[in-house]
Design a protein around this ligand. Structure first.
Ligand code: ATP
Ligand code: MG
Length: 211
C-alpha cells in the first residue's frame, strides 16, 4: 500500500487520451506527443473505451483487438502507457467514471484530458461535464478543418465558467481518421504510414475491417 502511494506521487502532470482506437493511428499518437511536450506531462495514458455510449450505431471491434493495437502502437514511446480501466468495466463507458478513477489513484497529479478539437464540443453533451471539468483540464487539438478561435468562442458561449479549463494546441495537420482506415482496409487499399507498422500487421493478421 505504502509503495503504491509513493508510486502515485511521481506524476506531477498526466494526460489521458481516450478513444475508441478502432484502430489507433498516427493522428492519435502525434496529438498525444504534442500535448506531452507542450504541457510537460510525465505520462500519457491511452484509455481505449469499452462500450462507447456515442457509438451505439456502428459495430465497434472487440475490445481485445483495440487494446492490443493500442499497446503495439505505444511500445516505442517510454512516456506512453495504456489502461484497461474502461474495457474491464461493465456497461457503457462514461468519461466521468474514468476521470474519477484517475483522480483517486493520482490525488496529487494535475490531470489533462486530451481530445481532438472535433470531440471537445461533443463533450458538452457528455454525462456530468461540469464534474469532469472539476477533476481535470482539457487539451483540445486541432484537426484539419477546425478553427481553434471559433471553437474557443463556441465553448465560452456554452460553458463560460469552465472555459479556462480548456487549452488548445496546434498539431501538424493530420487528416487521418479510423473511419478512413477501416474503409481503406475494406477496399484493399494501403494503410501504410497511416498507422504504426505493428498495427498494420495486426490488422492483416486478424482480418479486421474486411466486411
Ligand atoms: P472514428 O473515425 O472511428 O471516429 P477517430 O479517428 O476519430 O475514429 P477516435 O478513437 O474516435 O478516432 O478518437 C479518439 C480521440 O482522438 C478523439 O478525441 C479524437 O478527436 C482524436 N483524434 C482522432 N483523429 C485525430 C487526428 N487525426 N488528429 C488529432 N486528433 C484526432
Ligand atoms: Mg472519432
Amino acid at each position: 500500500m505504502k509503495k503504491n502511494n509513493t508510486e502515485n506521487k511521481k506524476y506531477k502532470a498526466l494526460g489521458i487520451m481516450g478513444g475508441t482506437f478502432d484502430p489507433i493511428h498516427y493522428g492519435h499518437l502525434v496529438t498525444a506527443e504534442e500535448a506531452r511536450c507542450q504541457f510537460n506531462l510525465d505520462v500519457v495514458v491511452f484509455v481505449p473505451s469499452g462500450k462507447p455510449p456515442h457509438k451505439k450505431d456502428y459495430r465497434v471491434s472487440d475490445a481485445k483487438h483495440r487494446y492490443l493495437m493500442t499497446v503495439l502502437a505505444v511500445v516505442t514511446n517510454p512516456f506512453f502507457d495504456v489502461s484497461r480501466i474502461e474495457i474491464d468495466r461493465e456497461g457503457y463507458s462514461y468519461t466521468i467514471d474514468t476521470v474519477k478513477a484517475f483522480r483517486k489513484k493520482y490525488p496529487w497529479s494535475e490531470i489533462f484530458f486530451i481530445t481532438g478539437a472535433d470531440a471537445i464540443l461533443e463533450i458538452l453533451t457528455w454525462k456530468k461535464v461540469e464534474e469532469i471539468m472539476d477533476h481535470c483540464r482539457f487539451i483540445a487539438a486541432t484537426r484539419p478543418g477546425y478553427n481553434l478561435s471559433d471553437l474557443d468562442k463556441k465553448f465560452k458561449a456554452i460553458l463560460p465558467e469552465y472555459s479556462n479549463r480548456v487549452e488548445t494546441i496546434e498539431v501538424p495537420a493530420l487528416a487521418i481518421s479510423s473511419t478512413d482506415i477501416r474503409r481503406r482496409v475494406a477496399m484493399d487499399k494501403s494503410i501504410k504510414y497511416l498507422v504504426p507498422e505493428a498495427v498494420e500487421q495486426y490488422i492483416w493478421k486478424n482480418n479486421l475491417y474486411k466486411s
